[in-house]
Every structure is written in C-alpha cells, then in structure tokens.
Design a protein around this ligand. Structure first.
Ligand SMILES: CC(C)(COP(=O)(O)OP(=O)(O)OC[C@H]1O[C@@H](n2cnc3c(N)ncnc32)[C@H](O)[C@@H]1OP(=O)(O)O)[C@@H](O)C(=O)NCCC(=O)NCCS
Length: 146
C-alpha cells in the first residue's frame, strides 16, 4: 500500500512529497492506522493517523486535485475520527498551515478547534507562511460508524 499512498501524497502535496520509504516507515509505527478513499474504483485520497492511546494524531490527509469538493476529505476525516473513538482516544489532533484555507474550512466544519500555534513548522518555501495551527477535536461524544 505504500506505493499508492506515496503517489497520492505526491499529487496532494507536490511541494513536500513523501516517498514510499517514508510512507512505509510511518506504517510501521506502533498505533498506525489509515484510510484510502476510492472513487469509481480508483484511489482518490488518503489519511494517515497514529493511535497515541489517549489521543490520535492525523499525520497527513489529502484528496487528489481532480476529486476535491466531492465530500472525499470529509469522508476520510469522519472515518479516521470514528476509528480513533473506537480505539478509545478522547481527542484527535493535527497540524495545518495557517494559510491552508481549504483544510481549515474542512476541519473547523468538522468541529476542530485551535489549541496551539507552531511558528516555522513547515520548512518548504512555497507557502507564504510556514506557521501551523494545532487543531483538536474531542471524540467522546462521537457516534462510532460501523
Ligand atoms: C483539504 C482537502 C483535504 C479537502 O478535501 P475535499 O475532498 O475537497 O473536502 P470536502 O469535499 O469533503 O469538503 C468539505 C468542506 O470543506 C470545506 N472546503 C473544502 N475545500 C475548500 C476550499 N477549497 N475552499 C473553501 N472551503 C473548502 C467546505 O466547507 C467543504 O464543504 P462544501 O463543499 O459543502 O462547501 C483537499 O483540499 C486537499 O487535499 N488539499 C491538499 C492537501 C491538504 O492541504 N491537506 C490537509 C493538510 S492538513
């Protein structure tokens, strides 16, 4: 699965792509879980997450440019949050670039709230700002999807 996920990551994050080796190393971390979204039999998006016991962390989430605004990102996020809840996590966290308006709209719309700020978190130069917000969503009251 590392190969397809790496291809998705490259398409979603061309400014900082993760290769198959990096994806494999992430998948080998204890507590890793993830999702690939399929549309019409083709991979359309992915999410990589870690179960850190009391909380889960979303390491990366992306949807192919040609499949955006179709609900794929929301479905990935809902599924990962649901699995985090099923694993017993009380909350889920992630970092998002302060100028990533699409992702911020997705996360805030799904109940994530800012709980921290990381200056110069992203090193690649293509972004106007390298600063990131830390977002968190409580999972305690989340209904677990089948
Ligand atoms: C952020 C991202 C995952 C959203 O995926 P998506 O499949 O387009 O999201 P959805 O279709 O489920 O959108 C859900 C809601 O998010 C918000 N949203 C998504 N894209 C948006 C955009 N470009 N501008 C404003 N709001 C946006 C909207 O509220 C949207 O609901 P609506 O379509 O009913 O208005 C996608 O744009 C992406 O892969 N971006 C590049 C990678 C990235 O930045 N990942 C997140 C890193 S933390």
């Amino acid at each position: 699965m590392a190969g397809p996920v790496s291809m998705l990551h490259c398409a979603c994050f061309p400014e900082a792509p993760w290769n198959s080796l990096t994806i494999t190393e992430i998948m080998d971390i204890t507590g890793f879980f993830g999702r690939i979204a399929w549309v019409d039999g083709m991979p359309a998006g992915f999410a990589l997450a870690l179960d850190l016991l009391k909380e889960c962390e979303i390491l990366s989430l992306g949807v192919l440019p040609e499949r955006r605004r179709e609900g794929v990102g929301s479905a990935l996020l809902d599924s990962v949050c649901s699995e985090g809840r099923a694993r017993g996590a009380e909350c889920i966290v992630l970092e998002v670039a302060v100028d990533n308006s699409a992702a911020l709209a997705l996360y805030v719309g799904r109940g994530f709230m800012p709980v921290g700020y990381r200056r110069n978190y992203y090193q690649h130069v293509s972004r106007r700002s390298g600063d990131a917000l830390v977002l968190q969503r409580a999972l305690a009251d989340l209904t677990i999807q089948p």
